[in-house]
Design a protein around this ligand. Structure first.
Ligand code: GTP
Length: 526
């Protein structure tokens, strides 16, 4: 067992941490964090939609746009979201006063979150807080408008936040089986985000043997336009160090550890009970070194939490610049697993900023940050090791580019080639297109409850889904006559060549000079 004196000056009390849930998605994420249990940190819910706001478990709640939207959402309009938050700016400022770290959870793409997040980030920064933004990007099927709104907000947040961690909803949808509904996909995404938030909070607020500070966190994540790599695993019992590492590497955001091989800085944080041994730490770090490049800077932190007897947790945080991400995965893969990463996502940190030294009272050392058995189960739920428990859509690692070839063309071909395994997977876009518009509509929770969003969804379903290019085929009389009314965005049924609509060999039914076997709408056109 390692005996180590604690330095209470180096930790941040949970009371100086505020977690803000913004908009519908943000409030859901916040509720998830609260329900999963995070002692001490204060929760604040901000929303225009009074119904969602009032059902939040957060103790502090502020309604945005009291006069402007009068308790309703913004209907997907970020400008309304922007105006609405300005109405409540003073109230928000008052509640963020004196906080050292403010975590903001938001789903980008709608009106409230996308329009208000930059203002909330600015206010928190003005109050001297270190701002970590957790933002989700919309599912690919939500349409171009939401994607564009999300990207605009993301670019603003990249400048305003100290750290911006993005989660791609499409990517996290892979955590659930393809046949499960969209509700499960959102729930899986929320659980993942909740775990990430809690792990990051544990990193910076837990009294440590070897502390990880905000500056370490920043340098692990510091690069512009990059994707956050994050993995967290926990295990107990025999071989817990190896198991915890395996669980962390299995995180979908690390692609089974494959993405770490290009990382420049990796932040590693270990936490165990009082039975944590130096041997375990060494073992774990040795195993990890196989996944991390030799030149990478490894920032290491460790903490002992008496509540974690028999357990060991490991958290890995890093970032991968966008162009490296593209190199690691061929273009096809990249879009397939993460369409919302196009064209920009990521983390941004203020390079020039001089970080204030955080001085914290002694009480901080007593902050309760124990991990419950339920949490352990939750973690292992995300990182199943049994093949049957894996998500149906699984990332397949990119093939290695040819080593000796100098020929640029060869290299390009190799990077564009689709691996064999991928060729068998259904194409997400095609699959989505193949869904009837109705089915897609009914899968969207926000469309069920929000009439404006419902209209948007219909709009997307009817306008934005491109028609599949059809093969050249000979026009036939039957096809021309009985062309089915084409539902927007849906693939067209092919008809066989047999006669349709008229019984073979039967006389035509003619009345008043009109052939009744010809559909009425065609007769009218004549
Ligand atoms: N992970 C997750 N994402 C969600 C959830 N609900 C919505 N989203 C995503 O977040 C985006 C924004 O949705 P909301 O948060 O409901 O919208 P809002 O910001 O409140 O804005 P308005 O409702 O338009 O005023 C959506 O486009 C979805 O991609 C959720 O429960 N979990």
């Amino acid at each position: 067992m390692i005996e180590f004196p604690r330095d209470p000056q180096n930790v941040i009390p949970t009371s100086s941490v505020k977690i803000v849930g913004l908009g519908g998605a943000g409030t859901n994420m916040l509720d998830r964090v609260a329900l999963d249990g995070l002692d001490g940190a204060e929760l604040l819910a901000l929303n225009t939609d009074i119904r969602t706001l009032s059902s939040s478990v957060a103790k502090d709640r502020i309604q945005l746009g009291r006069n402007l939207t009068k308790g309703l959402g913004t209907g997907g309009d970020p400008e309304l979201g922007h105006q609405a938050v300005l109405e409540a700016e003073d109230e928000i400022r008052a509640t963020l006063k004196g906080r050292k770290i403010v975590f903001i959870c938001v789903g980008l793409g709608g009106g409230t979150g996308s329009g208000a997040a930059p203002i909330v980030a600015r206010v928190a920064r003005e109050e001297g807080a270190f701002v970590v933004m957790f933002a989700t990007m919309p599912f690919g099927f939500e349409g171009r408008r939401r994607r564009e709104q999300a990207e605009t907000a993301l670019n603003e947040l990249a400048v305003l936040s100290n750290a911006l961690v993005t989660f791609d909803n499409s990517r996290m949808g892979e955590l659930v089986l393809a046949k499960q509904g969209i509700h499960e996909a959102f729930a899986a995404a929320d659980r993942m985000i909740s775990e990430s938030i809690k792990a990051v909070i544990r990193l910076v607020v837990r009294p440590g043997l070897i502390n990880v500070g905000l500056d370490d966190l920043m340098s692990a994540l510091r690069t512009t336009r990059s994707r956050c790599l994050f993995g967290s695993g926990i295990a107990r019992g025999k071989d817990r160090a190896q198991k915890a590492l395996r669980n962390a590497l299995a995180s979908p955001l690390l692609d089974q550890g494959a993405l770490l091989k290009d990382a420049q800085t990796v932040l590693v944080h270990l936490c165990g009970g009082e039975d944590l041994t130096l041997f375990e730490i060494e073992l774990l770090m040795e195993s990890l070194s196989k996944h991390v490049p030799e030149k990478a800077q490894v920032l290491f932190g460790a903490a002992v939490d008496p509540g974690m007897t028999d357990q060991l947790s490991i958290t890995l945080v890093s970032s991968l610049p966008e162009e490296r991400l593209r190199r690691t995965m061929p273009e096809g893969d990249y879009r397939r697993v993460s369409p919302a990463l196009e064209p920009s996502v990521g983390f941004a940190a203020d390079e020039d900023e001089d970080e204030e030294e955080v001085v914290v009272p002694e009480a901080a050392a007593k902050a309760d940050t124990s991990v419950s058995p339920a949490e352990v189960e939750e973690f292992t739920g995300f990182t199943p090791v049994e093949p049957q428990a894996r998500p149906a859509m699984e990332f397949v690692a990119a093939p290695e580019p040819p080593k000796d070839s100098e020929d640029e063309e060869d290299k390009e071909e190799a990077s564009q080639e689709e691996p064999e395994e991928l060729a068998d997977l259904p194409d997400l876009d095609e699959e989505e297109e193949a869904l009837p518009a109705k089915a897609r509509e009914s899968e969207m929770p926000f469309a069920e409850t929000d009439p404006v969003a419902r209209e948007e969804v219909k709009e997307v379903a009817s306008e934005e889904l491109p028609e599949k290019p059809r093969k050249e085929e000979k026009p036939s009389v039957e096809k021309e006559l009985f062309k089915p009314a084409k539902p927007a965005g849906q693939g067209e049924l092919s008809f066989d060549g047999g006669p349709k609509g008229r019984f073979e060999g039967a006389d035509p039914s003619v009345m008043d000079g009109e052939d009744l076997d010809v559909p009425a709408f065609l007769r009218r056109k004549r």
